[in-house]
Design a protein around this ligand. Sequence first.
Ligand code: FAS
Ligand code: PHB
Length: 414
Amino acid sequence: MSGVGSARDLNVPPRTQVAIIGAGPAGLVLAHLLHLQGIDSVILESHSREHCEQRIRAGFLEEGSASLLESIGLGDRLRREGLVHRAFVFRLLGEDHRIALGDLTDGRGMTIYGQEELVKDLIAARRATGRPLAFQTPVQACSQIDGHEPVVVYRHNDEVWELRCDVIAGCDGFHGPSRAAVKPTAYTRQCPIAWLGVLAAVPPTIEEIVYAWHNRGFALHSVRSPQLSRLHLQCAPDEDLNQWSDERIWDELDARLSRRDGVTLDRGPILQKAVIPLRSFVAEPMGRGRLLLAGDAAHIVPPTGAKGLNLAIADVHALSQTLGRWYARRDDALLEDYSRRRLRHVWQVERFSAWMTSVLHRFPQHDDFDRKLQVAELRHVCSSPSAARALAESYVGLDSSRDLPAEHQLVAVD
Ligand code: FAS
Ligand code: PHB
């Protein structure tokens, strides 16, 4: 039976103030920020709680992200278990070049804390509020977004339900349905390469985060905890994981992360491996009428710069402020301003992520000259204090509320 009412067994009312599609980091953080302002919301998530809590994805939080989470009571375990890194290494032809983030940015760094751990904390915090968070309720459509009471249509147990609201927050990731309702202009770049992402049950061999430029292709040595290593290998977008035994993965990682002193990686069982596509994508505008997009629903960055999760958090921080002002003034122009404000920051992060990707990977269309230019670019950044500072500023996170001062802007752009 399809009901126009609500899925009562889910504690989902027929109406709320903000309907949030998606229980990823964007949706969950937004719900918490709205709750703190006394704005009610319902989160509708297509997958199960277990699925959401077990998805291995990002792991790097900028200080701005970590501080925001801490300021809203979500930082206890993050501060206890997160690992702060204030440097990283470019490994270039077997030589290490250390980028001392802390020295270059007045002490700032990155906190390593698995996205799956953050999602667990966020779901627990949502549950503690007693406000609706419904799993296995895939949203099918968003309608009436140009009116004053948009509607979200969702499924639960083979029944179709409607949720009416003031505003819809599309936090449903790159493949969710909300962006289609906005009909934005899509700016996209598909990379002809991907990452083979690996989570291994072995203490990280190297203290530092290491980005290796190598003739065999890019490799990344990262960390998830004192007991877990996170490693990535550049691969083809259609790479067949069945061709990659644990031994072959470790051999290739050793080959690409090789140091002149011959130190190799400690090996251990691989808990999870996946092919991660590399793409850049921006939807403009990030919303229409009463439907606003945040996180991967609005933009995608290649994971090279470790920015996707941080962008999602910056989006919903701005969106929660916008909605707080909107409820005070009921001026729809504020909703349009959200997109304009966010897109400047989004494009700065797209630029940084595209640069990191362009200099570190072996592209099939590249010739030897291109490869030489990559080495020259990396050597420049590692040897020029001003270039290293510019890189470090982007890496630890640009202040999303800071537009360039007028005198620094080359041209007045919007
Ligand atoms: P998410 O995709 O996390 O969440 C969207 C949610 O919406 C999901 O739970 C989904 O189930 C739900 N949803 C979708 N359709 C729905 C529907 N119809 N109805 C209801 N719910 C629906 N970023 C980094 O910074 N560093 C990394 O190393 C990194 N690695 C990544 C590896 C992988 C495999 C992937 C896919 C992404 C990676 N990212 C990385 C980026 C990633 O962390 C995202 O930026 C982050 O998850 C964005 O969060 P959300 O916008 O909440 O989107
Ligand atoms: C990761 O730990 O998954 C990671 C670290 C640094 C990056 C990208 C991904 O730049």
